[in-house]
Design a protein around this ligand. Structure first.
Ligand SMILES: *Cc1c(COP(=O)(O)O)cnc(C)c1O
Length: 405
């Protein structure tokens, strides 16, 4: 056994089931383990590492800002927060932003904004506000957020949960319409469900949801923590259907793979519900996070990472689609956000990921049957070709030895 794995097993809570590899170093699309074996990172920390590991421009900004000023809390202004929020508002077409750290915190912020908007602007009766979410959603792990989930494991043992949430079928616009009533504050949706298994809704779904929300005075809030910032081949996944949400949640890649940086963005009418003391975070919007976040955005634009994701994602999807095997039930996704769904009677996604790991390719299963491929967006054509060869070989091995590992 490996000493580092032993230590984690002994001292770290068992809330994850990591692949048996100990990583010690990262650069670009690659990471190295404690025996100096090199891996292609096709998971990139659930899309948080879209810029690749240790992007030189980000490393430089971190080093400069760490020496300059790191944390002062929002009790004071800084020279870094304004420019960062101005840039993200320009890029997303939103009016204002509320900076937080993790995705879950930004989702909580969105829920609070939606509820207070419902009471103060829409006129919903006190404590009656409802927020509609989708079956198969993933928005984080706080008590309120798991209250919105329909995944039994996320809730089991953690009740009681706050009320005011309704779950409708993802991709079903009639179900959404049925669930809307005079108390509905918001519809919270992932443009593509990530943790749910890279689920792409039917074309036109988001646009129809936007129209429905407008018609009924319901906020459309897009959780783009994972799909945003170029992951699906556009700056925001909502842009695929020319949808402009009333509220937008960003995280993961916003921190350039270096720090947790998240935010809730919205139009004025929504964000203005917050007054001093309503909500906050000690670390949210700190100058180090703001400096890194701004550089992360600048890199996304300068290197056209959304365009790269679109081009290479289309290419990767077609290469994977060409693999002919009964093991593969479906290959789907958009941009460099791709899921390979396996036939569980022929092989498990975990076994598949372990076999890829042995060949130097890191991925991770989601929902037992889906292998997720979401490499850093800075990946090259050659690296994608190499990855496709490894995947094809693993499929071949598993076809010959079904269910063996
Ligand atoms: C990862 C994720 C979150 C939660 O982000 P954390 O930083 O882990 O709290 C929320 N929404 C979506 C869509 C995510 O993929």
């Amino acid at each position: 056994m490996n000493r580092h794995i032993d230590l984690e097993e002994r001292f770290c809570a068992r809330n994850y089931h990591p692949l048996p590899v100990v990583l010690t170093r990262g650069e670009g699309v690659h990471v190295w383990d404690d025996a100096d074996k090199k891996y292609l990172d096709m998971m990139s920390a659930y899309s948080a590492v879209s810029h690749g590991h240790a992007h030189p421009r980000l490393v430089r900004v971190v080093q400069e800002q760490v020496a300059q000023l790191t944390i002062v809390s929002r009790a004071y202004h800084t020279d870094k927060l304004g420019p960062f929020l101005q840039r993200i508002c320009d890029l997303t077409g939103q009016d204002m932003a509320l900076p937080m750290n993790t995705g879950a915190e930004a989702v909580e912020t969105a829920l609070k904004a939606a509820r207070k908007w419902a009471y103060t602007i829409k006129g919903v009766a006190r404590d009656k506000a409802e927020i509609i979410t989708c079956a198969g959603n993933f928005h984080g792990r706080t008590i309120a957020i798991v209250a919105m989930s329909d995944e039994p494991q996320f809730q089991s043992g953690f009740g009681p949960f706050p009320p005011g949430f309704r779950v409708v079928e993802y991709g079903n616009i009639a179900a959404l319409e049925d669930a809307i009533n005079e108390n509905t504050a918001a519809f919270l949706v992932e443009p593509i469900q990530g943790e749910g298994g890279i689920v792409v809704p039917p074309a036109g779904y988001l646009k129809a949801a936007e129209q429905l929300c407008h018609k009924h005075n319901v906020l459309l809030i897009a959780d783009e923590v994972q799909t945003g910032l170029g992951r699906t081949g556009k700056f925001l996944a909502c842009e695929h259907e020319d949808v402009h949400p009333d509220g937008l949640i960003l995280g993961k890649a916003l921190g350039g793979g270096i720090l947790p940086v998240s935010m809730f963005l919205a139009r004025l009418e929504v964000m203005n519900v917050f007054t001093p003391g309503d909500h906050g975070s000690t670390f949210g919007g700190n100058p180090l996070a703001a400096a890194v976040g701004l550089e992360a955005l600048n890199i996304l634009i300068d290197e056209d990472l959304p365009g790269r994701s679109a081009r290479l994602g289309t290419y990767l999807l077609s290469c994977l689609g060409d693999i002919d095997s009964p093991l593969i039930k479906d290959v789907r996704g958009r941009g460099l956000f791709i899921g390979i769904e396996l036939d569980p009677s022929l092989g498990s996604a975990r076994t598949f990921c372990e076999a890829l790991m042995t060949r130097g390719l890191l991925s991770k299963e989601t929902h037992e049957t889906v292998v997720r491929l979401a490499p850093p967006l800075v990946i090259s054509d050659t690296e994608i070709d190499w990855a496709v060869r490894q995947i094809r070989d693993v499929v071949g091995d598993m076809d010959r030895m079904p269910l063996a590992s």
